[in-house]
Design a binder for this molecule. Sequence first.
Ligand code: DGJ
Length: 338
Amino acid sequence: MKSVNYLLFIWIIGIILSDACEAKAQSSINQPVSDRFKPGETWPDSNGNHIQAHGGGIIKIKKSYFWYGEQRGNGLDPKYRYVSCYSSKDLLNWKFRGNVVKMLPPDSLSSNWVLERPKVFYNAATKKYVMYSHVDDRNYKVAQVGIATCDTPDGTFKFVRRFRPLGHESRDIGQFIDDDGTAYLVFEDRPFGFRIARLSDDYMDVEKEMTLVKAHMEGGAIVHYNGLYYSIGSALTGWNANPNKYSTAPSLEGPWSDFKDIAPVKTNTYGSQSTMLIKVVGSKKSTVIFMGDIWKPKTQYDSRYIWMPLEIGDGKLWLPEPRPWKLNIKTGEATILF
Ligand code: DGJ
């Protein structure tokens, strides 16, 4: 009897140990934790898959960041358009929350349609997540924004409507939330330049133009830093990288200064194109991160990212040469490594 009890004991311990080992193995598969940004390299999410959030935008809800972007994991499905959602507490380690848009072309758009550069705003009054995106046909002649909404950050967004903001052509879009919480859309208006316009109170419309910047630029992004507005953007060269530039203004209405290079011209912004500027306000300092896409139109799934902390202040902005770097999300301090 004693030996039967002994065998039973060994067997139970064996089960517990093997469960514990499996759980450990699982957690190391599911949560590879990284301590540094590696611009230009593949960027694994918590499942080990390269992050698919191209032309993206980020919002912060309480202590979590949500990153939305073009899902190109399976190339660009001509029938459906996918928008992915990831979440993170430190802007570095991201969990895939699912594809929040998996949409057929809205109404009369041809099946060869385009949905690019999704940007999500959270409206505290209506408690809705409102997604803007560039909606077009394959020839980029429709030039509209589409709106889709959801009650949660990672649920399925429902398409609401598409239109030209304030009646203007709109291709690449960018989002900007000012320090006072006001939400703006940046949109490229091909015949004229790019515009910055305030959203309506419920974010379901583009309500008031703040400025028309008469510069033909796309990939537009804005940050408000130490009392000055900085806007950046790229030239219009399709998927090919070009020297991105910046301008400054004391208010969104302008006047906007002449555009200057953000990096050595010959590097073509180190092969990337701007999509957003994120300001991390920490206990010790505020760091502004340049978020750029390295497009690979022939191998979409392998398109990469360049995120780097900018040298910014007193009307100057500079993108340092991409190198690994660390961010202390609490203090806001960024350290560029070797
Ligand atoms: C450049 C834009 O920035 C991208 O979003 C995309 O529209 C490509 N052009 C298409 O060529």
